[in-house]
Design a protein around this ligand. Structure first.
Ligand code: DGL
Length: 262
């Protein structure tokens, strides 16, 4: 049983990491569409097209389950992908909202790419569950290239993070949803600015728990197998990739392949 995970870049590796831990016996293929990144400032039309290409590619590699490890693609293309491909598809927005609602919050913040925030996907899903929650959202697309290029260590980028997050100061948030899979990589920086006690909601744990539950019910025999293979496919590999992957996994021993999406 192969699971295919995709994101526009390396952000979805935060999801890949959790799923890999939770499901050691499943073969997992990660596709990072780094050549076409960023998705977060593109229109629905383009995001839909890229998402369809990504699922087709993963299906051609025999993936039978797909995880959209990208909030931007999840917010625009989940329904389209579910209707087009008749295989189970999991997204990070439902997972993020499910995790956020666990503590009965009254006030929530959401950060994401421009496309995710403009889609209102988080607002709609949160308010559908509980219309009394106050939701503050802020687009922070600029964080993506900073993270993707491993620039986060440079002090002067703190200013950009602070400028973007200052909107949430004094909003008395009960939680801040990290509505972009790149953002868990800068959790520390976000806490440094908004305070250590801010509850940061990262959908990777929730999506891997939901997926595990689904597989336990539908494919129990797959859990008895031996540890299975992991592969990372990228549509482009930049010089800074190795340092960022090391930050996420503390190691570099992955089978990474370059691939073209047609
Ligand atoms: N990591 C992606 C997300 O979760 C988007 C990054 C981008 O391509 O802009 O939205």
């Amino acid at each position: 049983m192969k699971i295919g995970i995709f994101d526009s870049g390396i952000g979805g590796l935060t999801v890949f990491k959790e799923i890999s831990k939770a499901l050691p016996s499943f073969e997992i293929i990660y596709l990072g569409d780094t050549a076409r990144l960023p998705y977060g400032i593109k229109s629905k039309r383009t995001i839909d097209r890229y998402s369809i290409n990504n699922v087709k590619l993963l299906k051609s590699l025999d993936c039978e389950i797909i995880v959209i490890a990208c909030n931007t693609a999840s917010s625009y293309s989940t329904n389209l992908l579910k209707s087009k491909f008749k295989i189970p598809i999991f997204d990070v927005i439902s997972a993020g909202v499910k995790a956020a609602l666990k503590d009965n919050p009254k006030i929530l913040g959401v950060i994401g790419t421009d496309s995710t925030i403009n889609s209102m996907a988080y607002n709609k899903m949160i308010l559908n569950n509980n219309s009394n929650i106050k939701v503050y959202t802020k687009a922070c697309s600029i964080f993506v290239p900073i993270i993707e290029q491993g620039l986060i260590k440079k002090k002067h980028y703190n200013k950009i993070i602070e400028e973007n997050l200052k909107f949430f100061k004094n909003k008395n948030l009960n939680g801040l949803i990290l509505g972009c899979t790149h953002y868990p990589i800068i959790k520390r920086k976000i806490k440094d600015y908004l305070g250590d006690d801010i509850r940061l909601i990262d959908s990777s744990l929730e999506v891997s728990a939901t997926l595990k539950k689904y597989l336990e019910i539908n494919y129990p025999n797959e859990f008895t197998k031996r540890k299975s293979k992991r592969s990372i496919l990228l549509t482009d590999k930049s010089n800074y990739f190795d340092s960022v992957i090391k930050k996420i996994f503390n190691k570099l021993d992955f089978n990474i392949k370059l691939i073209d999406i047609k």
